[in-house]
Design a protein around this ligand. Structure first.
Ligand SMILES: C[S@@+](CC[C@H](N)C(=O)[O-])C[C@H]1O[C@@H](n2cnc3c(N)ncnc32)[C@H](O)[C@@H]1O
Length: 213
């Protein structure tokens, strides 16, 4: 459950840095302002103890480490996990995913991820947020950066736009994975006991900044 897209990253791991730095024209708009997006996530983290899901090559992890957060990285793709672990040999980088993970500690202040939450269906997103709510204390935070759309119509318009400029990989991705809408996310965060705010970062990505009530 929730791991159906993990193998895609076997093929993407080696060229992932090129994609996020804008060298792949199809993904340029998705990753526009990538560095500022990751900084924005880190700036919204509270406390000391942070769990990060889907570390990928470790770019968000690097920013958390730089700011001295105590971070546990959870990454289901072996190749990606090894890339993060090689970059941060002293940090705990473990196998797990957004729904199934075992961390040795009970105290977590913040839960973060970038470009990851869309791997869960909306139903799974709701289940995950309830798990995080149980793990966090009052005022604990979930800070995610990910693609979402203001409405389903806006999403369909974006798919049409990408097809019209022959960006079929990104259009297929939008149709294959579980990119949702801001109203649905608002409801899911509320139902899990969070107060959530959303900020648009580019044509695709929003920061989801949620505080446990
Ligand atoms: C687009 S990359 C993002 C990597 C990194 N967070 C970044 O901002 O560059 C998505 C990552 O999520 C991981 N992933 C896929 N499914 C996942 C799941 N169900 N739970 C956690 N991580 C998942 C992938 O293996 C991949 O490393």
């Amino acid at each position: 459950m929730g791991r159906e897209f993990v193998d895609i990253f076997d093929g993407w791991a080696d060229s992932y840095e090129a994609s996020v730095s804008g060298k792949d024209p199809e993904y340029r708009d998705v990753f526009e302002g990538y560095d500022s997006i990751l900084n924005e996530v880190v700036n919204r983290v509270s406390g000391i103890s942070v769990v990060e899901f889907g570390t990928g090559t470790g770019n968000l992890t690097a920013k958390l480490v730089e700011k001295d957060f105590s971070v546990i990285g959870i990454e289901p793709n072996e190749k990606m996990r090894e890339m993060t672990a090689e970059r941060f040999p002293k940090r705990e980088i473990i196998d797990g995913d957004l729904l199934q993970f075992e961390i040795g500690k009970s105290h977590v202040d913040s839960i973060v991820s970038s470009f990851v939450f869309h791997h869960l269906t909306d139903e799974e997103k709701g289940m995950a947020l309830k798990l995080y709510s149980a793990l966090l204390k009052e005022n604990g935070k979930v800070v995610f950066a990910d693609t979402a759309f203001i409405t389903e119509e806006a999403k369909q318009d974006q798919i049409k736009k990408e097809r019209s400029r022959n960006f079929h990989n990104v259009a297929d991705d939008l149709e294959r994975e579980y990119y949702t809408t801001i109203p649905i996310l608002t409801k899911l965060f509320e139902e899990a006991g969070f107060q959530a705010h959303f900020s648009k970062m580019n044509d695709y990505v929003w920061i989801m900044d949620a505080t446990k009530k």
